[in-house]
Ligand binder design. Structure first.
Ligand code: BG6
Length: 494
């Protein structure tokens, strides 16, 4: 990460500062930015929470979280002098008056030039209330910039997302809203565009003439953990597909932008998302598979099924797995399936893209070998980070026999130390006012439109759950989704 030429003074106010996200991601990321000199010394952070805590009590908690997540804690005490706490009731006007008072005081003390970032890391039902109060209390009237960073879920369907958007827009302009999709902060997700648009060798082949299918997987070993309450109302389709998975599809499928300006990149992404082939309700069953994990074994340990998790209905119909075939109706991609797949309690943690090329037009080696592997481009996003190419080469024996060969590059351990987390990249971008790696309203609209059809259809049909064992690759139907088209998931490939 490059240092900002001119560092930017800012007051960062985090709503939900005692929550899990703040402790695991936001404070460690802010500290790391501070430590790397990417945060101005003119910065102050107000943590907002319901609990009544003193600054010192809060600082002790934040310090412990940072120590648990960042290996090198040099300058931690110095960083903590920038952190403050304010107990707050989101529905109470007086709380916002107190917040305004503290904001003005810190602005003066730390010379923050009136720049304000409001980060909503809290339950989504409060998003609209908070933004309304931010405006009515005068917190958004400031001589510097004001920016709103908002976590997902942004609505639970198109209609509710529209409603929320209208509400938020009463207090913030679209260009002041930074909707987080943390996948867009991952280095290897950002690398998709760099690979495609800075190398002559990919773009000419990046189309339906040469590519047979693209597979995008995000599988997790973890189950629903302590988020059963939230997850029951969301499920894998809304929790992962509507945002992370479709964002990766957009980056893989977009046309080259005319520049790297946020607007230019975004307009290409929006075009792809608007070209997603909208399924007819009767085609949903055939093109999308849902699953829910049963008990099973993960790394030798027995784990419970989803329906036995805390705050989960014993007859829950919530999918913890989704795979689907996404088609893009445009000139470049007509006829090429993008298979997406995501699930909890699967065999391994892996975020991976596999681009499978078509066979060579005339396989001279086919007769000899009876088999020639497809060329694959594998982009490993997590936990491994790197790229590999799977090609065919000559075997080192007499005669002409082929064998698969692999060219790989992986990100070095040194590179990985540059950021502690995707959130660090995103917070840094937001401070700079760069909205490229955030979700624009137009993108959200297009993805919800696509998702709503699937969700609606699923609500009308009874799933046969649970239908995959914890520790597996998901339900059998997910394999059939590809085998019907003559393909297979590339599961054990690196
Ligand atoms: C979040 C989802 O957005 O992404 C979680 O709400 C999921 O359910 C997580 O576990 C996965 O993120 P990552 O970065 O671990 O792949």
């Amino acid at each position: 990460m490059n240092k900002i030429d001119k560092q930017i003074p800012c007051l960062i106010t985090i709503f939900g500062a005692t929550g899990d996200l703040s402790h695991r991601k936001l404070f460690p990321s802010l500290f790391h930015l501070f430590q790397q000199d990417n945060l101005d010394s003119h910065v102050a952070i107000i943590g907002i929470g319901r609990r009544s805590l003193t600054n010192d009590e809060f600082r002790t908690q934040v310090k412990e979280s940072i120590q648990a997540h960042v290996a090198d804690t040099k300058h931690l005490d110095k960083f903590m002098l920038h952190v403050f706490y304010q107990p707050h009731d989101v529905n109470d006007e007086e709380s916002y008056e107190n917040l305004l008072e503290l904001s003005l005081k810190l602005d003066h003390e730390f010379e923050l030039e009136g720049n304000r970032m409001f980060y909503l890391a809290m339950a989504p039902q409060f998003f609209g209330t908070v933004t309304d109060f931010l405006k009515s209390s005068g917190l958004t009237e400031t001589k510097g910039f004001k920016r709103l960073v908002i976590e997902k879920p942004f609505g639970s369907d198109l209609a509710s997302a529209e409603e929320l958007n209208e509400q938020i827009r009463r207090s913030f302009q679209e260009e002041e809203i930074y909707r987080i999709d943390h996948y867009l902060g991952k280095d290897m997700v950002q690398n998709i565009e760099v690979l495609r648009f800075s190398n002559a060798m990919f773009e000419p082949l990046w189309n339906n003439k040469y590519i047979s299918n693209i597979q995008v997987t995000s599988s997790e070993v973890l189950g629903v953990e302590d988020r059963g309450g939230y997850y029951e109302s969301s499920g894998a389709l809304k929790d992962m597909v509507q945002n992370h998975m479709l964002q990766m599809v957009a980056l893989l499928a977009m046309e080259p932008p005319i520049s790297l300006e946020s607007e230019d990149i975004r307009s290409e992404k929006v075009k792809v998302l608007k070209s997603l082939h909208l399924l007819k309700p009767e085609d949903v069953q055939r093109n999308f598979v849902r699953g829910q994990y049963d008990k099973g074994k993960i790394q030798g340990q027995e784990v419970k099924g989803y329906r036995d998790e805390d705050r989960v209905d014993e007859n829950s119909k919530t999918p913890t797995f989704v795979s689907g075939k996404v088609m893009i109706d445009n000139f470049r991609w007509a006829g090429v399936p993008f298979y997406i797949r995501t699930g909890k309690r699967m065999k391994r943690k892996s975020i991976q893209v596999v681009v499978e090329y078509k066979e060579v037009p005339m396989n001279l080696y086919y007769e000899r070998d009876k088999h020639l592997d497809s060329n694959l481009l594998v982009i490993n996003i997590q936990p491994n980070e790197g790229v590999s190419f799977h090609l065919n080469g000559k075997k080192y024996v007499q005669g002409i026999e082929t064998e698969p060969v692999q060219l790989s590059y992986s990100m070095s351990a040194h590179d990985k130390m540059n950021t502690v987390d995707a959130y660090e990249n995103l917070l840094f971008d937001c401070l700079k006012g760069d909205a490229t790696n955030f979700t624009h309203w137009e993108e959200l609209k297009a993805t919800w439109k696509f998702i709503d059809i699937i969700q609606e259809e699923w609500e009308h049909t009874e799933p046969e759950f649970p239908n995959y064992e914890a520790g597996s690759n998901g339900p059998l139907e997910s394999d059939l989704l590809l085998s019907r088209d003559g393909f297979q998931w590339w599961d054990d490939i690196q």
